[in-house]
Design a protein around this ligand. Structure first.
Ligand code: SAM
Length: 454
C-alpha cells in the first residue's frame, strides 16, 4: 500500500491522494485527486474542481510538482459550471442568475474563470486550516509546543482523547512516525486515539483510512472516563498523553501504573478480569491536558497531585504573527536607475516640487529669450515637458546607493506590523510527568551496576 501523503507525499501529485488547494491566503480547500477515464458528472473532461477562480479538471492537477500554479481550464462549463461554482464551498462565490450572460454578476463569474490556483502537499498544518470542523480543534501554535513538551518523537506511543475533528491526531501521527507498523507487536510509533461520540468516531475512521494513516493511528470508540485506555485489550505502552476532554480529572485515574483506588474507576483498563496499565513501565510518561477554564485546571492539578504526577506546570500560548515589511520611503537610488524616488517626508516632497517649479520656469524663460532672438525653432517643442534633472537633484543632494543597497528588496524603511490573530483556541495547558516504574528488582540491578557497571 502507498504511504500517507501526510508522511511521504513524494515530489508530484498523484491520483487518489489528498491535496490542498490554495485559493487565496486564508482560503484552502482539501480535495482527493481523481483519475477519470471519460465523462464524470456530465463533464467530458472528467472530474472537475469548480471554484470562483474557474474550473479545473482533475487531469490538469495530476502528476505535477507539489506547489505548482495551475491556470483555469479554457473549457466552457456554461451555466452548469456557474451553478456548481455557486455551490462550491467558497462563500465569496459570486451569485448570478443561472443563464443571464449579460448581467454584471454573471460577467464576474466568466471573468473569474480565467484565474489560477496553487496545489499544495497535505501537511498537518494545512489540514488544521482546512479540515471540516466537528468540534473545537487544537491549532498549530498549541500543538507544536505540546508535542515537543510531551516528547513525541519518532517511535513514541502516544495516547490522545478525544479525537474530535482530528487536528491534533494528524500532527501527532507525523511526530511519532518512523515507518508503518507491520503488526500489533511492532514497536514503531503509534497514536492511540479515543472518541466516545459515535458520529465523530465514524467520520474520523473514514478520514484516517482515506489519508492512509491507519496502522499509525489506532482509533477506538470509547468513553475513557469509564473504559480507560486499552487498545483491543492490550496496553498501548504509552509514554506521551494528550487529553482534550471536558473533565480530564475523570480520565486521569486510568493513566496510572496501579489499579485505581477509587472503586468507581476500577472497571476501566480491564482485560480478561485483569487490570492492565496503559503506560510504558520503563519510561517516564509526559502528559498535557488542554482546558479552557481555570476551574478545570485546578481540578486536574488536584487529581494529578493525588496520583503522583510531578513537575506540574500550567502554560498559556499567546501566539502573535509579526509581518516584517519595507516601506518605500526616501529610497535614494543611483542616478542611472532613472526615476525620482519617493521622498522621505512632506518637507522633502515640498522642497522637490519647488525645485522642479523653479527649473521649469528657468527653462521657459530661457526658451522665450532664444525665440525672441530668433535662435530656436519652438514649433515642435513640448512645453509641458520639464527640463532634465541632474543626477545630484535626483538624489536630492545625497550620495547615491551602492549596487547592493539598490536591490528592490532593500528599498525603503524596514518596519513590522502585528497581524490579525492567527486562529488559536486559547486554552490552558497543564503539563506533568509520571516517573517511570521503579521496582525492587530495578533497584537491585541499579545498585549492582553502581557506579559504572562491573
Ligand atoms: N483535540 C481535538 C482536535 O484537535 O480536533 C478536538 C477535541 S474536542 C474539543 C473534544 C472531544 O472529546 C469531542 O469530540 C468529544 O466528543 C470527546 N469526548 C468528550 N468526553 C469524552 C469521553 N469521556 N471519552 C472520549 N471522548 C470524549
Amino acid at each position: 500500500a502507498r504511504p500517507s501523503p501526510f508522511l511521504e507525499p513524494g515530489s508530484i501529485t498523484a491520483a487518489d491522494n489528498l491535496a490542498i488547494i490554495l485559493l487565496s491566503r486564508d482560503n484552502l480547500q482539501p480535495i482527493t485527486l481523481e483519475e477519470s477515464n471519460g465523462a464524470v458528472d456530465g463533464y467530458a473532461e472528467g472530474t472537475m474542481l469548480n471554484t470562483r477562480f474557474g474550473s479545473f479538471p482533475h487531469s490538469t492537477l495530476l502528476n505535477i510538482p507539489w506547489g505548482s500554479q495551475v491556470r483555469a481550464s479554457a473549457v466552457d462549463t456554461g451555466s452548469r459550471g456557474r451553478k456548481r461554482r455557486r455551490e462550491a464551498t467558497d462563500e465569496d462565490t459570486p451569485t448570478t442568475g443561472p443563464d443571464d450572460e449579460t448581467s454584471k454578476p454573471a460577467k464576474k463569474a466568466v471573468q473569474a474563470a480565467s484565474g489560477f490556483i496553487h496545489i499544495l502537499r497535505p501537511t498537518p498544518e494545512l489540514w488544521t486550516s482546512s479540515l471540516p470542523h466537528r468540534t473545537q480543534v487544537v491549532y498549530t501554535p498549541d500543538y507544536s509546543y505540546i508535542l515537543q513538551r510531551i516528547r513525541a518523537v519518532p517511535g513514541t506511543h502516544l495516547i490522545e482523547a478525544g479525537s474530535g475533528s482530528g487536528s491534533f491526531t494528524h500532527a501527532s501521527a507525523r511526530a511519532v512516525y518512523n515507518g508503518y507498523p507491520q503488526s500489533d507487536n511492532d514497536v514503531r510509533g503509534k497514536v492511540f486515539s479515543f472518541e466516545f461520540h459515535e458520529t465523530r468516531f465514524n467520520k474520523m475512521r473514514e478520514e484516517i483510512e482515506r489519508h492512509r494513516l491507519n496502522g499509525i493511528v489506532r482509533l477506538a470508540h470509547r468513553d475513557v472516563y469509564n473504559g480507560g485506555f486499552l487498545s483491543e485489550g492490550k496496553s498501548p505502552g504509552a509514554s506521551a498523553v494528550f487529553l482534550d476532554l471536558p473533565a480530564p480529572w475523570e480520565a486521569l485515574p486510568h493513566l496510572s501504573r496501579q489499579k485505581p483506588k477509587k472503586a468507581s474507576k476500577q472497571n476501566g483498563n480491564v482485560e480478561n478480569g485483569e487490570w492492565v496499565s496503559p503506560l510504558d513501565p520503563k519510561k517516564s510518561v509526559h502528559i498535557c491536558t488542554f482546558s479552557p477554564c481555570i476551574e478545570q485546571v485546578t481540578r486536574t492539578i488536584e487529581e494529578m497531585r493525588e496520583l503522583g504526577w510531578t513537575d506540574i506546570e500550567m502554560v498559556e500560548i499567546a501566539h502573535r504573527r509579526f509581518n516584517a515589511i519595507r516601506e518605500r520611503v526616501g529610497a535614494n537610488l543611483p542616478a542611472e536607475k532613472g526615476n525620482l524616488q519617493t521622498p522621505a517626508d512632506v518637507a522633502e516632497a515640498v522642497e522637490r516640487l519647488k525645485q522642479i517649479n523653479r527649473k521649469t520656469k528657468e527653462f521657459h524663460r530661457a526658451q522665450a529669450a532664444l525665440t525672441a532672438n530668433g535662435d530656436a525653432d519652438t514649433s515642435e517643442m513640448d512645453v509641458d515637458t520639464p527640463p532634465p534633472i541632474s543626477d545630484k537633484d535626483k538624489t536630492n543632494g545625497k550620495e547615491p546607493m551602492s549596487e547592493e543597497e539598490s536591490k528592490p528588496w532593500m528599498h525603503g524603511r524596514l518596519y513590522h506590523r502585528a497581524e490579525a490573530e492567527l486562529k488559536t483556541h486559547t486554552s490552558y495547558l497543564v503539563f506533568a510527568t509520571l516517573p517511570r516504574e521503579w521496582t525492587d528488582e530495578d533497584e537491585a540491578a541499579a545498585s549492582a551496576n553502581w557506579p559504572c557497571g562491573k
